[in-house]
Design a protein around this ligand. Structure first.
Ligand code: C2E
Ligand code: MG
Ligand code: MG
Ligand code: MG
Length: 285
């Protein structure tokens, strides 16, 4: 009896596996077809200063408006893009579009020196021509590389792979700024932080949400901020959703903030509206 039960279980397991790989194949095919069409577009989430709440830049976040599924968030397809290598052409398009739209934002708001954060996957970093690609794209767009902050996750940077470190150094030599993304999610060791060629530290959303239940956690964030400042880094906290979190982070000397409390990621037209509308979340804090 046990044997036949085992068999039945295997059969179910196999069926699930088949469904999964079928779904993946369909997703891959659809994504391949979507790249280069209007289905793929960018949203930009404002990054604001702690002190004044002024918008200083944006993070570029890719979106896919699937014909049946609606707007699909990157967590559902970036991993497929990475595994299949589609992230290479998609990533180039993301940078091109973000540069083009950064220029439109800057033209609409003369006098503001907005920057644009663009996420880079490991798969992109290890392309032999990645630095040439970056330089070519910004030059074509008329964008100064200093306006672009390349976000690379903590785990990829901390890996310490010689190939990665060499590329990061080359990017900085060419004028790009580098941000360590999702700090606190990997095996981050504060004692390693000084070894990496970065300009910005982004404290992960999970650290910010920890504040809700553990006020003592503020001391941990404070230690990170202090060390980062000693190393000459700017600190951005991600995922601020509540006024309570804002109040704590304001007291901790972070430099800038990003989160739904200020704005969700917005398509270009809404970014322009957001920038021209008065805001008051800081005053009421
Ligand atoms: P990430 O780089 O850490 O981006 C921040 C994510 O947090 C975004 O999710 C953003 O919408 C979300 N977020 C911001 N503020 C809040 C908040 O207050 N509350 C909550 N709950 N979430 C908040 P999104 O856009 O779904 O992107 C997920 C991840 O996908 C990104 O994490 C990044 O790793 C990756 N990704 C997005 N766009 C690109 C891209 O163009 N290229 C690459 N390589 N990866 C991308
Ligand atoms: Mg990011
Ligand atoms: Mg992040
Ligand atoms: Mg993240």
């Amino acid at each position: 009896h046990a044997k036949s039960l085992g068999k039945a279980r295997y059969a179910i397991f196999d069926k699930d596996m088949q469904d999964q790989s079928l779904k993946r194949l369909v997703l891959e095919r659809e994504l391949r077809q979507a790249i280069g069409t209007e289905q793929i577009f960018m949203a930009y989430q404002p990054i604001v200063t702690v002190a004044e709440g002024d918008v200083v830049g944006f993070e570029a976040l890719v979106r896919w408006k699937h014909p049946e599924m609606g707007v699909v968030r990157p967590d559902h397809f970036i991993h497929v893009a990475e595994e299949t290598g589609l992230i290479v052409p998609l990533g180039r398009w993301v940078l091109e579009e973000s540069c083009r739209e950064l220029m439109l934002i800057r033209q609409a708001m003369p006098g503001f020196e907005f920057t644009m954060n663009v996420n880079l996957s490991k798969r992109q970093l290890v392309q032999p021509d990645v630095v040439d690609m970056l330089v070519e794209v910004v030059e074509n767009a008329g964008v100064d590389p200093q306006w672009i902050k390349l976000e690379i996750t903590e785990s990829v940077i901390m890996d310490g792979q010689a190939q990665v470190t060499v590329v990061l150094e080359e990017m900085r030599r060419r004028g790009f700024k580098l941000a360590m993304d999702d700090f606190g999610t990997g095996h981050s060791s504060l004692s390693c932080l000084h070894q990496f060629p970065i300009d910005v530290l982004k404290i992960d959303r999970s650290f910010v949400s920890s504040l809700d239940h553990h006020v003592e956690f503020a001391a941990v964030i404070q230690a990170i901020v202090t060390l980062a400042h000693t190393l000459g880094l700017t600190v951005v906290a991600e995922g601020i959703e509540t006024m309570e979190q804002l109040a704590v982070l304001q007291a901790l000397d972070c430099d800038s903030l990003q989160g739904y409390l200020f704005a969700k990621p917005l398509p270009l037209q809404e970014v322009l509206e957001f920038l021209s509308a008065p805001r008051s979340y800081m005053n009421s804090a």
